[in-house]
Design a binder for this molecule. Sequence first.
Ligand SMILES: Cc1cc2nc3c(=O)[nH]c(=O)nc-3n(C[C@H](O)[C@H](O)[C@H](O)COP(=O)(O)OP(=O)(O)OC[C@H]3O[C@@H](n4cnc5c(N)ncnc54)[C@H](O)[C@@H]3O)c2cc1C
Length: 431
Amino acid sequence: MSDDSQAPQAIVIGAGIVGLYTAYYLRQAGWRVQVIDHGEPGMGCSAGNAGALSTASVAPLGLPGVVRQAPRMLLDPDGPLSVPPHYWLAAAPWLLRFVRASSPEQVAAISHALKQLLAPAIQHHQQAMQDLGESALIQTTGQLHVYPDEKAAEKDSGGWALRRQHGMHIEKLNQEQIRDLEPQVGPHYRLGYFMPDQGMVVNPLRQAQVLAAGLAARGVDFVRDRVTALQAEGRRVTGVACTQGTHKADHIVVCAGAWSAGLLKGLGYRIPLETQRGYHLTLAHSGIELRRPVVAADRKIFATPMEPGLRLAGTVEFGGLERGPTARRVALLQKYGKLIFPDLNPAAKATSWMGHRPCLPDSLPILGPAQSFGGLWFNFGHGHLGLTLSAVSGELLARAMQGLPPAIGLAPYAPERFGAQAQALGRPQSH
Ligand SMILES: Cc1cc2nc3c(=O)[nH]c(=O)nc-3n(C[C@H](O)[C@H](O)[C@H](O)COP(=O)(O)OP(=O)(O)OC[C@H]3O[C@@H](n4cnc5c(N)ncnc54)[C@H](O)[C@@H]3O)c2cc1C
């Protein structure tokens, strides 16, 4: 390998899919990169997601009318959204911001900013996986969303209108056409929307492991430790303190998913990052063969054909980072799995999992340089789209860190949109 001892040096905090892609593009640019995580690469939220590469998801979660719909969802014990009573007070400030971000004007701007990130997403994944010799991890067989009827679909009409407005390719299907595409979808579902341009990752954990192994082989240093604080000298971040020692670098990138806001508190940042806990059930020998992700859109449950089996994933549960999983949320996946696929084998060997989606109230990530500290960079908060957006946001950030002209402007993703800059603001810092 060429001598890169003079190359710029970066520490990436977090070896989830976002941190790994960030490290990948920095290493491609010739930087010396250290990735620090207390766990194995990919074992955070990135381990168990639904694998969907949802490049048409230009609609934020908070759409106009969300205030009217939310109470009904919250009162339904089987509903896809759950805010347990003990967490109401903690969630309230985030929920208020969420509602504020759902005005028509805000939604138009958010949707545009999402589209900018989403448009090249599949191509980025394909190129990287090809580079690492694992092209087959990415499949582009489309995505099928199904509803029981028009009335159920009507609740999501705002999201579908936005997708159409942005020129997404959507085919409306009747029951027979749904069956033609996916014969094992049950009779409860009679209306579908097929998006042929969408993709999937057939094993998100293995994808993260492929990236980590490829990076290690190319000289990226993986450190197994927990970051306890970011260290600054004046207005420049210079390193990180970990449980077992400290590490110094010219540039520090925060990619710690749902834990990122906690890490930044010590520098004075107050970022409205909330975890939306999601669950999966992966069934080996399910008896169901799909060609693509099928989304039971009335229940917000994804069913994805994966290497380890059929994965049923979904639900949004507030409840913070500390509490353990709620068994009932997993049971719901089982219950509705059988409604979506009546042939589902009840004896299939199942593994269940809970992950922490890192969510900001406006459904956009925080991506780009810190204004208040030199040497500090952000790439976190990708919410429900973290797998989809990971490669694109990794590349965008790596470009910005090299001082290259940005492919798109990063202003919509800055933490300052929440008034979240470090409290004792000085002049903006050079990076
Ligand atoms: C049920 C479910 C289904 C989903 N389905 C999809 C989907 O189909 N498509 C899609 O695009 N997205 C999906 N997502 C969202 C996606 O999985 C996440 O947005 C994404 O994984 C976030 O990646 P990340 O790298 O930011 O975070 P993580 O994967 O959580 O990685 C963060 C890493 O930081 C490390 N870390 C945290 N604190 C510290 C510290 N102090 N020191 C050192 N290391 C630290 C953690 O150990 C972890 O490894 C889904 C999520 C869930 C829960």
